[in-house]
Write a protein that binds this ligand. Sequence first.
Ligand SMILES: CC[C@@H](C(=O)O)C(=O)SCCNC(=O)CCNC(=O)[C@H](O)C(C)(C)COP(=O)(O)OP(=O)(O)OC[C@H]1O[C@@H](n2cnc3c(N)ncnc32)[C@H](O)[C@@H]1OP(=O)(O)O
Length: 306
Amino acid sequence: MVLRCVGRHLLTTAHNALGRPSRRGGAVYGSAYAVQQEEIRQKLQGFPGGSINLVKLESGIAVMTISNPARMNAFSGTMMLELQDRVSELEEWTEGKGLIVRGDAATFCSGSDLNAVQAISDPQEGMKMCMFMQNALTRLLRLPLISVALVEGRALGGGAELTTSCDFRLMTVGSEIRFVHKHMGLVPGWGGAARLVRIVGSQNALKLLAGAQKVDPAYGEQIGLSDGVVGPREGEAAEAALGEAEQWLSNFTRGPASVIRAVKKVVLSGRELPLEDALRTERDVFGTVWGGPANLDALARKSKHK
Ligand SMILES: CC[C@@H](C(=O)O)C(=O)SCCNC(=O)CCNC(=O)[C@H](O)C(C)(C)COP(=O)(O)OP(=O)(O)OC[C@H]1O[C@@H](n2cnc3c(N)ncnc32)[C@H](O)[C@@H]1OP(=O)(O)O
């Protein structure tokens, strides 16, 4: 959810609950947040509707579908809980290599369910929801899987923020990503502003947030928010987009899972950690693949070419 205008007290509360942010994969907020996490889980149960579905393919790519078609795939409270559960499942999937996040019924996601937003007016509650979704989406981004958001139709508000919690974004013809928060007197609260700055830079992020600018596929590629356009072409079924996205992602997930997951880990540490910490992480990850089955197999094949 969003940080409404909060007083110093609330920010202090948030700071105390932050604890030391985890530098490794995993949640953002420290153990001090655990009690609040349980409170917010209870609260979110009160806003049912929709689902977050997950299918794991033989190829090592999983497809996560945000499904609440009657509400343009808006996130109900129980969908936020299911998102956390699906991320936990993916954290345990040791053969996983890639993830596609998409919306049901040929549209992506229109953010929080406004009925839930209206029912939770208290800034403290809003801030707790914000921490819940920041945790879930940070863990999603930190999965040792190469992830892509397949944007069909509209990704608005929290839906736009959800696209930034993937490594890549692919957009279909006519789709849009729009950070509409300003029009609701809000700012992103699911971590979308922090991630957007890292993806498109602070000036483009300011334009997208302060201007609530519509990002179509061309503009998205121009500023680096979108990594390509996929089907369906004229006359093709909507499912063609998912097939193309799988094809696109498989260019980066082809190979042993141990190596693909190691690649994501070293890039993640390069993206998030100070240089010396990143170098130490790279050394440690290197140690898990050097002399490993994939390395020895490649060496055996190379020696055959002599
Ligand atoms: C951290 C950010 C987070 C937060 O602050 O907590 C947010 O994301 S706030 C929400 C931000 N999102 C929006 O403001 C988008 C709201 N929706 C729209 O602008 C439009 O619905 C649309 C997405 C542009 C689609 O418009 P249209 O094609 O005209 O369809 P409808 O508007 O008729 O929508 C169909 C149906 O879906 C319901 N709907 C759509 N979005 C939401 C939503 N976010 N929450 C709840 N319900 C939503 C809409 O009410 C319609 O339902 P019915 O009226 O029952 O037919």
